[in-house]
Design a protein around this ligand. Structure first.
Ligand code: SAM
Length: 152
């Protein structure tokens, strides 16, 4: 059985719960904008491992991970220290919303889309994640998407 996750109910849920922040999306016409590219890149290249650095509400994470889900293979590592623009200020956070503080809430958020077994959140800065990469035993990265601060 082949699956295609992007039906109108799922797209509605993406707009509602994984709120895109600047991906050329158009809510009124159920158009995910660059989200379709994220999903499509995963379907086309069939990566084993996708890495995402930074996401406000998980829009990019969900679009990439739904592609992995529909491919039936691959994992996604999501690195975000859960900065909150209100607590840490705009420069440091790149506009973060503190969404990724509690592991059980993070899991619940991604379970909404059936991707909680595919996505692993690392509550770290990118600069803390990369030195640990080998020790974590992760496969090589096939696609990386950077929407946070990659060097700090
Ligand atoms: C708000 S997102 C950018 C908005 C994005 N266009 C979206 O749709 O979600 C930026 C994220 O980068 C994260 N971030 C900031 N510095 C980071 C770092 N050094 N490593 C990884 N993520 C970082 C923040 O916690 C924030 O959640």
């Amino acid at each position: 059985m082949h699956s295609f996750s992007l039906n109108s109910e799922v797209i509605g849920n993406i707009f509602h719960f994984a709120k895109p922040l600047g991906h050329n999306e158009k809510r009124g016409s159920f158009n995910l904008g660059f989200g379709f590219l994220y999903y499509g890149a995963v379907r086309a290249f069939r990566p084993k491992h996708v890495l995402i650095i930074g996401s406000g509400f998980g829009f990019s994470v969900v679009c990439f991970a739904l592609g992995l889900k529909d491919n039936g293979k691959g994992i996604l590592s999501f690195v975000d220290p859960s900065y909150d623009v209100l607590k840490h200020g705009p420069l440091k956070t790149v506009g973060g919303r503190g969404m990724w503080d509690k592991p059980e809430e993070v899991k619940k958020h991604f379970r909404l889309f059936g991707i909680d077994e595919i996505v692993t959140h690392h509550k770290l800065k990118a600069g803390e994640f990369f030195p640990r990469f080998k020790a974590l035993g992760l496969p090589l990265i096939d696609i990386a998407f950077v929407d946070g601060e990659p060097l700090l």
